[in-house]
Design a protein around this ligand. Structure first.
Ligand SMILES: [Zn+2]
Length: 320
């Protein structure tokens, strides 16, 4: 998440066309700029009333195969990579218009969304951005998985995945998010799945749009895709991408260090509820307020402190 003082939106609309991964149906998606304090809203322009659905964890109705939000009987499915992209690029306000119920999967990553949005440009708006500032650690732990959020002066994600598969095994990555790092190190990482799962989904009429064009597919021995991987650890990078999307459903960016062990959409959403109900563990602040309450060092002048912070952001990906 970009450390911005002011809220941000796109400089102009961007358009995408492609199939939904589950519906297999062609859908048009247009992401438009929106005024300050709009947040991210989806809009079903194929329905008579063209209803809006707020992209917020309180509107999530299903996370089993994809993140689905719904309001007043109308749904939008598979929003996770669009959300990850908007959050990763530090966009606070936008309206994503769809003419079907499922967002297009594109190449299974957020790379195409990201390139188009950065191409259109991102503009600052005349309203301060408000952050969730983590004050005390918040944890959700089960025997085989955990999500922990610690106080930090930036948004850092440390993610570990463990799969009993020769192409994945254990992967761990820590990244302090900036717009550039999101674009270069995370946005291109594709979703992945196992061949048997895809066959199973298709048997039940789901995953109709799923193919080697929009996912890394694994069989028992390795990677089925001819072109191989985009990053040697593409799997953990995609999990970080998913996590950025899931946590963006809080509606405001976080100043904190998120540490995930074997988590996924479902468990991330469980954590969001724990986070939101644990109101003594965080407060909401603008970056100006946060910096005035948390000076980096009393004897460093403000300009030097900023340089120091920028240096640290490149040198220390995870300072737990
Ligand atoms: Zn994903």
């Amino acid at each position: 998440m970009v450390m911005a003082y002011m809220q941000r939106t796109l400089a102009g609309p961007v358009h995408f066309t492609g199939p939904g991964v589950h519906s297999g149906k062609q859908v048009h998606l247009t992401i438009r700029p929106a005024p300050p304090n709009t947040g991210i809203q989806f809009r079903r322009v194929d329905l008579p009333a063209k209803p809006y659905i707020r992209a917020h964890f309180s509107r999530v109705v299903d996370t089993s195969l994809a993140t689905v939000i719904g309001e007043n009987g109308c749904i939008v499915s598979t929003i996770e990579h669009v959300m990850a992209c908007l959050a990763g690029l530090g966009i606070d306000n936008a309206v994503a218009e769809l003419d079907d119920y499922e967002a297009p999967i594109m190449d299974g990553s957020a790379g195409i969304f990201s390139k188009a949005i950065r191409g259109a440009g991102i503009v600052e708006q005349d309203a301060p951005r408000i952050y969730f500032v983590v004050k005390t650690p918040i944890m959700l732990e089960k025997p085989d998985k955990s999500v922990c959020l610690y106080p930090a002066p930036n948004f850092t994600i440390t993610c570990t995945i463990v799969f009993d598969h020769p192409a994945i095994k254990t992967q761990r990555l820590s990244i302090e998010l900036t717009e550039e790092k999101f674009e270069q190190e995370i946005s291109q990482a594709r979703t992945f799945g196992f061949l048997q799962e895809l066959e199973y989904l298709k048997f039940y009429g789901l995953g109709k749009g799923g193919s080697l064009e929009n996912a890394v597919i694994l069989d028992q021995d390795g990677i089925v895709n001819q072109g191989g991987l985009r990053y040697p650890d593409e799997f953990v990078r995609h999990k970080i991408l998913d996590c950025i999307g899931d946590f963006s459903l809080l509606g405001m960016p976080i100043l904190g260090h998120l540490v995930l062990y074997k988590s996924g959409h479902l468990f991330n959403h469980e954590f969001l509820k724990v986070f939101f109900n644990n109101k003594s563990a965080w407060e909401t602040r603008s970056l100006v307020e946060f910096e005035s309450e948390n000076p980096r060092s009393d004897d460093i002048p403000p300009s030097a402190a900023i340089n120091d912070r920028e240096k640290r952001s490149f040198m220390e990906p995870g300072n737990l």
